[in-house]
Design a protein around this ligand. Structure first.
Ligand SMILES: [Mg+2]
Length: 167
């Protein structure tokens, strides 16, 4: 149960308080792609999200994209942003996260995972003791599989709250 608990929750990327990341010693970010930085059915990123990522890079955060999606889509976005990437990650499996950690060349304690799904991003990040940040998904228009996952996520959040594990 605790493995599904995010360390930090934000309504959007822009609302992530960078002071909290800094206070936790975070220097690198493993960033999910679909529905975190781009709507899963969209070819284009919102300019304010591109700006947010550029700002992080300017502040010397290291960023690596980690996505379960196909190489081509991930590479396209990563190249546009000028950041490294790990595609076909099979999150929440540890292998992809380990690859991203190696790319960032940081200790796990210095890395945050930012993503929209409890069962891939947060679970995978927690399994490797990374600082996990759960953000609201960009698009409500999702695969059926993800829709079912969302329902389970809502239930999980209610349970975590009921047990006092989440504010
Ligand atoms: Mg996602």
């Amino acid at each position: 149960m605790n493995l599904l608990r995010p360390d930090y929750i934000a309504q959007s990327l822009q609302e992530i308080n960078l002071n909290i990341l800094r206070q936790n010693g975070i220097q690198g970010i493993i960033l999910d792609l679909d529905n975190t930085i781009i709507a899963w059915d969209s070819p284009r990123m919102q300019p304010e999200i591109v700006d947010w990522i550029k700002e992080l890079l300017q502040q010397r955060y290291r960023i690596c994209l980690l996505s379960n999606n196909m190489t081509q889509r991930v590479k396209h976005i990563a190249d546009m942003l000028g950041v490294p990437y790990v595609p076909r990650a099979c999150k929440p499996s540890k292998a992809g996260f380990r690859q991203a950690i190696a790319v960032l060349q940081l200790k796990p304690s210095e890395i945050a995972v930012v993503g929209d799904q409890l069962f891939t991003d947060v679970l995978g990040g927690n399994r490797l003791d990374l600082f996990t940040v759960w953000v609201a998904p960009l698009s409500a228009n999702e695969f059926i599989g993800t829709k079912i996952t969302r329902k389970i996520e809502k239930l999980t959040i209610r349970l975590l709250k009921a047990r006092g594990l989440l504010k």
